[in-house]
Write a protein that binds this ligand. Structure first.
Ligand SMILES: [Zn+2]
Length: 221
């Protein structure tokens, strides 16, 4: 992981200039978690994914730009009352109708909470991610490339929340998908094992049971 120097950035909402460390590059050679969280070194770069203006608290991947309507939303009490900058950006995206992305940023907020060992906040952020993705689907917004990937992701997010019954139903729905790829089938079957153990911990794609020799596995890469 490498950083660029501290950069002065002019906030697109309030015009204030503040200094921010931004990420120049990362690599992530290891297998990701089942919820797509990357391995090191990108894993540790999470805190730099969302910047925050210290003057008006506008939070975004780049505070130098703001969508139309964002400035007005940032000034609202509801926005200012949200403590985590990831959740503030997620709230902005949801208000602007970008439900799929809002769900992803809420999942990233859960990872931040995991790192801070704040289980309650992590659980809340995961719940919000699923709600946002569901709202997105009602509006015709996909949050992953395929429906089977969406089932696999949501199953993991629900399991990490300890919602085992819902996670189980999500896995079964995923396994009923037509044209299920071997990789996602393996992920869903591994989830079933974790659910049966009442396991809420993070697990990586590297833990998937090996297929028998000659078995085929298509990777996501
Ligand atoms: Zn600002």
């Amino acid at each position: 992981m490498s950083f660029s120097d501290w950069q002065p950035i002019r906030c697109a909402v309030c015009g204030g200039v503040s200094e921010h460390m931004t990420l120049a590059s990362t690599d992530s050679p290891g297998p990701p978690d089942l919820d797509t969280r990357p391995a090191e070194t990108m894993r540790s770069s999470l805190q730099f994914w969302i910047l925050e203006c210290p003057n008006c608290r506008y939070a975004a991947p780049s505070i130098a730009t703001a969508a139309a309507g964002a400035a007005e939303l940032v000034r609202k009490n509801e926005y200012q009352a949200i403590k985590c900058r990831f959740q503030r950006h997620s709230w902005l995206l949801a208000q602007l109708g970008h439900y799929a992305d809002a769900g992803w940023v809420s999942l990233h907020a859960a990872w931040m909470a995991d790192d801070a060992e704040d289980a309650e906040r992590a659980r809340e952020c995961r719940g919000r991610a699923v709600e946002l993705w569901k709202t997105g689907k009602r509006h015709g917004h996909d949050f992953m490339e395929t429906t089977e990937q969406e089932f696999a992701l949501v199953a993991d997010v629900l399991r990490r929340r300890g919602e085992f019954e819902e996670a189980l139903q999500t896995c079964m729905a995923g396994l009923n998908e037509q044209n299920l790829t071997p990789l996602i089938e393996d992920v869903l079957r591994f989830q079933l094992t974790l659910i049966s153990r009442r396991d809420t911990a993070a697990h990586t794609m590297g833990e998937l049971p090996k297929r028998p020799q000659g078995g085929e596995r298509v990777t996501l890469e």
